[in-house]
Write a protein that binds this ligand. Structure first.
Ligand code: KG4
Ligand code: ZN
Length: 344
């Protein structure tokens, strides 16, 4: 089973070839981050145009890297949502056109499902498992029981975790994308100098909230001399990152309890999405997993942030179950995991 995957839902234009033995033959990616950096965030129209310009080249590069003929592909998988609709349209339409021209099945991939299933591409993770999905647009704890079988245990009441990193970075004048910038700035910073509130800490349940933390950081920054000194910036970044890591760990610990009660001991905690690239967050989650008696799986950083290998992998998983989609399927800006059809 060899699948070509296409990803265009945000600011990465990517194409990859993956097979049923979890081998990544090619994983080509063009990041538009530099185009968006001066705006402090992704500009949808700029992104859509850039996807259109570079996607063909990315697909060609992936096929060349894989060194296989078009006819060797068993399916085409493309992100059909959720995401910025202009970009999603570019990738979905290209995927459908290839599927039609090659006479191969089309898999309309939900981008969130791709993040959630990535651990099964990088590692041998059986169902069921508990997944913390932390990306630019989402922050959810999900009980993963099979392909398309996702139960949400908790979600954010306001900002997504990646969004919180991006907004905090803007406040600190650290640029875009914010997550990697904050992580870098936090190295050597003192996380205890500024007292920031760790959101939802100790409260029951598995929901998240980041807007209060963002406001608290803004109030701290406003009291500091402008422009911020290097030391102020480092300490504030370290305090912010520390709070997010503690909040994520606290909520995940609750979800781990629920998960273990339902499925017994010895399960797996998986982290997914761009924020999973963060070392401090990985370390905090690793501790939670150890305490809860769960194995911990964090895919390599390049598979946590947006990429097309994870999209191709959903194609593999779904085709194995005989699933595919009609070319009539419409790209969707919003597409919650709960709306996916299950296949036990
Ligand atoms: O999964 P992703 O690449 O795209 C979405 O589907 O949203 O996630 C992007 C988000 C951005 O908000 C970015 O700031 C965050 O992931 N991110 C990080 C790190 N690397 C990326 N956040 C914290 N630490 C990082 N090292
Ligand atoms: Zn993503």
């Amino acid at each position: 089973m060899i699948v070509l995957g296409i990803e265009t839902s945000c600011d990465e234009t990517a194409a990859a070839v993956v097979d049923g033995d979890r081998r990544i033959w090619a994983n080509s990616l063009f990041s538009q981050a530099a185009d968006h950096a001066r705006h402090g965030g992704v500009v949808p129209e700029v992104a859509a145009r850039a996807h259109l310009e570079v996607l063909d080249g990315q697909i060609r590069a992936a096929m060349e890297q894989a060194g296989i003929a078009w006819d060797s592909l068993d399916a085409i998988a493309a992100t059909c949502g959720p995401g910025l609709i202009g970009g999603v349209l570019v990738g979905a339409t290209t995927g459908k056109a290839l599927s039609l021209a090659l006479g191969k099945p089309f898999v309309a991939v939900n981008h969130l499902e791709a993040h959630v299933l990535t651990a099964r591409l990088s590692n041998d993770v059986p169902f069921p498992y508990l997944c913390l999905l932390v990306s630019g647009g989402h922050c959810q704890l999900i009980e993963v029981e099979g392909i398309g079988l996702y139960r949400c245990l908790g979600t954010t009441l306001d900002d997504a975790s990646g969004e919180a990193f991006d907004k905090a970075a803007r406040l600190l004048g650290l640029g875009y994308p914010g997550g990697p910038a904050i992580e870098k700035a936090a190295i050597g910073g003192d996380p205890t100098r500024f007292a920031l509130p760790c959101p939802m800490l100790g409260r029951p349940g598995c929901d998240f909230s980041f807007s209060g933390l963002k406001t608290a950081l803004r109030l701290v920054v406003e009291k500091l001399p402008y422009p911020l000194s290097e030391a102020d910036r480092k300490d504030a970044a370290a305090a912010f990152q520390n709070c997010v890591a503690r909040a994520l760990a606290d909520r995940t610990a609750h979800a781990a309890e629920i998960f273990s009660q339902r499925h017994g001991p010895g399960g797996t905690l998986v982290v997914a999405g761009g924020v999973a690239a963060n070392g401090a967050i990985r370390a905090a989650l690793q501790q939670i997993a150890e305490k809860a008696g769960l194995n911990f799986v964090a895919p390599p950083v390049a598979l946590c942030t947006d990429n097309a290998a994870m999209i191709a992998w959903v194609g593999v998983e779904r085709r194995r179950l005989g699933l595919s989609d009609s070319l009539d399927i419409q790209p969707r800006p919003r597409w919650p995991l709960s709306e996916l059809k299950g296949a036990a």
